[in-house]
Design a protein. Sequence first.
Length: 169
Amino acid sequence: MPERSMEPIRPEDLQRLADLAFKDQATFLGRYPDIAEVYRDRLLCVALCQGAALHYIDGRNGIKDFDVWSFYRDAAARPFPRRRPGVSRDFGDPRFGTSPDAAHFRGRRVDIFVKSFEVPDDAPFDAAVRHYLRAGRTLTARCLSQKPVVVVCPSEARGRVLWPLQGRA
């Protein structure tokens, strides 16, 4: 099995990634009702990041795995857990092959992460995420800003390149 899949990422694949992210969020927030109450309406967007996002754009990078991030507006009343570990899920469709380090999955590994950061309540999601990446105040922001970020959700922006804007950071 090749380490990277060269299959193109289609809109329905982005929808599948959104579904996996939402399922993970529902499971996590179901365990923590106090966090769920505060963050229910604070999701900015779900995005495909890192190498798979680059492959979505250039078709040449290949897909080792899918890194999916859910970005939330911080809530002063209850900070989102800073150390919430990422989870790995099965893409479920073998079209991309399997990840060499997750051969027990039917499809490629999907790593799901959550990040919250301070942003005004009226800021558009795209401007908020770009500001977070551009500011580079955290190691996560600096790492994510090294490669593209592609919107998975909201659905009306699905597939739009969020970062870098017009090919520049």
